[in-house]
Design a binder for this molecule. Structure first.
Ligand code: AMP
Ligand code: ZN
Length: 494
């Protein structure tokens, strides 16, 4: 059978070219995708979750289309300094100092938090989740190579990337649309305070002061790698010198991603990424959610309703639905009213899904379900346009209600098509499957249902079809659908 992607031409907005482009992977049927992961020095806030959720949705749709996706999302557990000008402490080392913990205790605590939260939101795990500290050797090798090629210099045990030298033969600023001359003009006064030759240069390796705990030996003495370098090391190690998709939040475009391009081009002589995808920010009161300003909301505060701006608790599914109602490249503002509206919409969708199995089929439909299904794909093929997809799903809901009220007819075939399309998009692509309303019970539920699936398989093996049908039908009655596929039985719940 042909893979879906052969008939569905996906287009993506490439930040590098500023255009929506037809997406064709480097190797047919396979996609390499890298997304910058969290810096694990505090709890992830909802803004962070939005970016990761945008890429979870993208990962899901690419898989749905039949691509084999190797999705690498790292954990930044060293090297991320407090500000972009590379001043200040390492974020993790600072937290460790303040809380009197080992840096790796900080890393462990917030990596676990990150995974817990993502699980509640029903994220698919990435294929590889490498850590920066696990790739120090690779980073040192890249620095040596960049130095060999003449694009880096050492100063007092630190190594810096020579942006001006690089810009003689390459184009520094091409992703963010900045010109090096303008950057230099804007930062002239700063130059004197810095050991770098120019304020635009950035650290590949930083010398560790005696009190700095996170340190590794290197040809330049004890130190630690620069934040930008770790993503270059981990992406190219697992995906090759050039790979298909690199993602991250819009705020990482400069300097982080610009520096990643410069490092990879300096080291390998090739542009590392074919499609750069940037997810837009979640705001609160019209301002970017950020750890540093305190203008943020934690997922747990939403799940418990324990925050002044909220009138009640909202489930992970509703929050996920709320996020999916906006295009990933648009700014999204979070408010109690917006969450209440999302909750209503989500419930309407789920209620219609519940009605679907009991719809009575009769004559030919007046509605063209085939072209409706294609419209759902068209929305996703147009740079993952989830708000248009959701509008189309509600078109499906409208017809469920019309049939239910007896104002429209539907054939058995169209009913099956409606059901499979809604299932595919709502559960598989938007990821609203299996998120329990409380966000805690999904593991237990999966355990119990899988046990029932086993009992049903045993009953079927014994030709005890009364029992096997009873298990399937009674689960369906409480909203758990079993689906028999070639790889066994799976379930969806609502
Ligand atoms: P960090 O842990 O600070 O490195 O951030 C992890 C990810 O969250 C990055 O991709 C950021 O771009 C993203 N991010 C940070 N703040 C927001 C926000 N308010 N909305 C959406 N994404 C964000
Ligand atoms: Zn990165």
């Amino acid at each position: 059978m042909a893979a879906l992607y052969e008939n569905q031409q996906l287009k993506v907005y490439n930040s590098l070219t500023g255009k929506k482009e037809e997406f064709t992977p480097l190797n047919e049927g396979h996609i390499g995708m890298y997304v910058c992961g969290p810096t694990v020095y505090s709890n992830v806030h909802l803004g962070n979750c939005r970016t990761f959720m945008s890429f979870d949705m993208i990962f899901r749709y690419l898989r749905h289309l039949g691509f084999k996706v190797r999705y690498v999302r790292n954990i930044t557990d060293a090297g991320h300094l407090e500000d972009d000008a590379e001043q200040g402490e390492d974020k993790i080392a600072k937290k460790a100092r303040l809380e009197q913990l080992e840096p790796m205790e900080v890393v462990q605590r917030y990596t676990v938090d990150f995974h817990n939260i993502l699980q509640k939101f029903n994220f698919l795990p990435p294929s590889i989740e490498p850590t920066a500290t696990g790739h120090i050797i690779e980073q040192i090798e890249i620095i040596k190579e960049i130095q060999n090629k003449g694009f880096a210099y050492e100063k007092n045990g630190s190594v810096y990337f020579d942006v001006s030298k690089f810009n003689e033969t390459h184009e520094y600023g091409k992703l963010s649309g900045r010109k090096l001359e303008d950057m230099i003009a804007n930062t002239r006064e700063l130059a004197a305070q810095d050991e770098k030759n120019s304020p635009q240069d950035f650290a590949l390796w930083k010398k560790a002061e005696p009190q700095h705990i996170m340190r590794w030996p290197s040809p330049w003495g004890d130190g630690f790698p620069g934040w930008h370098l770790e993503c270059t090391a981990m992406s190219t190690k697992y995906l090759g010198d050039t790979f298909d998709i690199h993602g991250g939040g819009m705020d990482l475009k400069f300097p982080h991603h610009e520096c990643e391009i410069a490092q990879a081009e300096a080291c390998n002589g090739k542009s590392p990424v074919r499609y750069w995808l940037h997810a837009n920010m979640l705001t609160l009161n019209g301002k970017k959610m950020a750890k540093s300003t305190g203008n943020n909301l934690l997922p747990e505060e939403i799940f418990s309703g324990d925050n002044m701006i909220l009138s009640k608790a909202f489930s992970p599914a509703v929050v996920r639905f709320f996020m999916m109602q906006a295009h990933y490249t648009s700014i999204l503002d979070l408010s109690n009213d917006a969450l209440l509206a999302a909750e209503k919409g989500y419930q309407r969708l789920m209620e219609a899904l519940d009605q679907l199995p009991s719809l009575i089929t009769s004559g030919k439909s007046s509605f063209d379900y085939q072209s409706w299904k294609q419209k759902c794909y068209d929305a996703m093929n147009d740079d993952f346009n989830t708000p248009i997809l959701i509008a189309n799903l509600f078109e499906g809901v409208k017809h469920i209600n019309l049939v239910k009220q007896g104002n429209e007819t539907i054939t058995q075939e169209d009913k099956a098509l409606l059901e499979s399309t809604l299932d595919n998009f709502i559960f598989e692509v938007l990821g609203l499957e299996g998120i329990s309303e409380k966000g805690q019970d999904s593991n237990q539920l999966a355990g119990v249902v899988n046990l029932l699936i086993q009992l049903r398989n045993e009953a079927r093996a014994n030709k005890d079809f009364d029992t096997s049908d009873k298990i399937r039908d009674e689960l369906a009655e409480i909203g758990i659908q079993l689906k028999d596929g070639k790889d066994g039985t799976t379930f969806s719940s609502r």
